[in-house]
Design a protein around this ligand. Structure first.
Ligand SMILES: Cc1cc2nc3c(=O)[nH]c(=O)nc-3n(C[C@H](O)[C@H](O)[C@H](O)COP(=O)(O)OP(=O)(O)OC[C@H]3O[C@@H](n4cnc5c(N)ncnc54)[C@H](O)[C@@H]3O)c2cc1C
Length: 464
């Protein structure tokens, strides 16, 4: 059977596009686990959408499980792979096919890396606003499959809001292509939405038309220190109103997180002293070099006068802006402090974040194996990340920690996943965010689109 699958793939896609044996083991399933060899039957590297269609058609007919690999940066075990599974990676389909400055769209193959897309847009005087720490590795296909969020959701929305057209291949090899450049299209069901955020379980994303916006000509950042959480909420409302639509990021760090990200081995020194209970890093993208900095400075001064913040330091130069944002984007110093790591990306109503996070952190420290709890996140979107360092790793401990973090979310209408998705890590907790009827409809969709359950089996939904 195995030989039959491999020989079918080789004869259809070509020998040099189907990796087997030791070459497979030189690869890995996650960027943080490069020392662990990939376990898989074969890795297929399609060059075209038709290659993907033929690969899936073969796998569908033979009931062969397929795992999609993008940039391998997901944080939910979404690219974990078993020995008998075929990996499909679109790394050779990485072309930026067209930038249309008048429609303000960029047409791209799914294997293109986010940073390359950002740079191509910038060269054309435009901005692809999606931005997050893994931009140097994450691919457009993986990003769309996870409906990634990141640092500018507050202003530009999640990936879903930035995808205008999409091409995907169904489990049986049917190509569903709608690469239109129009923003509005209410011609019955918007089928592309099915694939956005479906984590490779409903189809393989092969190409997309992305929405660009006019590039800003000013960028202003500042770091503020605050003493209580109600001030954070008031400061968010104050700056958002005052900046009249140009507030692009509003990121919160609790003191332990700020400290670890600004002391060696972190590369950045602290712009503000370690005196405050909350640190907000904010960013405004605008278009008026004379007016924007003055307005921003005036607003910060007014916030200080009104007692909304205790302290603030604006970035004085482009180097300063990079320095400030390195604090928030480079999570490596935090990860290095954890013997074993468990991380979360929960969503909560913004006004409740201060109280609920205090409660969760207190509960976590009651677990003897929990050594560190770092909290930070996109507070402007109600999305908080927790990185938990533990003295050892076991299934029972993972579940205990999960329970402490997820338990308060049901009562307040929160979500177990703001932006990272479900993968395998959160599958057993989906019922906290979704009703039984919603989960049943998801299963019906999965069964309809992938009747043999070949696409990323065991991820997102438990079909048993
Ligand atoms: C340092 C760091 C910071 C991060 N910050 C953020 C953040 O701020 N916001 C955020 O949302 N995420 C963040 N992430 C998570 C991660 O970067 C995103 O989930 C990203 O979108 C994954 O893209 P990828 O190409 O690496 O996908 P992968 O990890 O390769 O795959 C992700 C999922 O999509 C599937 N998939 C991959 N390609 C395709 C395809 N072509 N068609 C169908 N399915 C496919 C995979 O099977 C898997 O289930 C961060 C990760 C790291 C390591």
């Amino acid at each position: 059977m195995k030989e039959h699958i491999i020989s079918s793939l080789i004869s259809t896609i070509g020998e040099n596009r189907v990796l087997t044996g030791s070459v497979v083991r030189e690869r890995y399933h996650h960027v943080w686990l490069m020392d662990q060899p990939l376990n898989a039957l074969a890795v297929v590297l399609p060059r075209t959408t038709q290659d993907v269609a033929k690969t899936l058609s073969i796998c569908h007919d033979l009931h062969q499980p397929v795992v999609m690999h993008g940039g391998l940066t997901n944080l939910v075990g979404g690219t974990q792979t078993k020995a008998g599974e075929v990996v499909v990676s679109l790394e050779k389909m990485n072309a930026i096919e067209e930038i249309d400055p008048k429609s303000r769209t960029l047409t791209v193959q799914a294997g293109a890396i986010l940073e390359n897309v950002q740079q191509a847009a910038e060269k054309a005087g435009l901005l692809f606003p999606l931005n997050f720490g893994a931009k140097g590795s994450a691919q457009i296909g993986g990003i769309i499959a996870t409906n990634a969020g990141g640092l500018r959701v507050l202003r530009y929305g999640m990936t879903r809001q930035l995808v205008v057209g999409l091409e995907a291949v169904l489990a049986n090899g049917t190509v569903i292509s709608s690469l239109k450049k129009i923003l509005k299209d209410n011609s019955a069901y918007d089928l592309k939405q099915l694939f956005i955020g479906s984590e490779g379980t409903l189809g393989v994303i092969t190409r997309a038309v992305l929405r660009l916006v006019e590039a800003p000509s000013t960028r202003i950042s500042a770091l503020a220190g605050l003493n209580d959480y109600d001030q954070v909420v008031a400061f968010l409302k104050f700056m958002d109103k005052g900046l009249a639509g140009t507030l692009s990021s509003f990121e919160l760090m609790w003191p332990a997180t700020y400290k670890v990200l600004t002391t060696p081995p972190a590369s950045v020194s602290p712009p503000l002293p370690y005196d405050y209970n909350y640190y907000v890093l904010l960013d405004s993208l605008g278009s008026d070099p004379k007016f924007d900095p003055v307005r921003f400075q005036n607003l910060l001064e007014e916030a200080l006068n009104q007692g909304l913040i205790q302290d603030a330091v604006p970035a004085e130069s482009a180097t300063d802006i990079d320095r400030f944002w390195t604090i928030r984007e480079d999570v490596a110093p935090m990860v290095a402090k954890c013997q074993h790591i468990q991380q979360f990306d929960i969503s909560l109503p913004i006004p409740l974040i201060g109280e609920i996070l205090n409660q969760i952190v207190k509960e976590l420290y009651r677990i003897p194996e929990v050594e560190k709890v770092f909290t930070f996140g996109h507070v402007g979107d109600g999305n908080i990340h927790l990185v938990i360092g533990k003295s050892h790793q076991s299934e029972a401990l993972i579940n205990r920690i999960n329970d402490r973090v997820y338990q308060p979310l049901t009562a307040i209408g929160g979500s177990i996943s703001a932006e990272h998705g479900i993968g395998v890590h959160k599958k057993n907790y989906l019922h906290i965010s979704r009703s039984p009827e919603e989960i049943q409809l998801m299963k019906t969709l999965k069964h309809t689109l992938d009747p043999h359950n070949i696409l990323n089996p065991g991820k997102v939904l438990d079909l048993m």
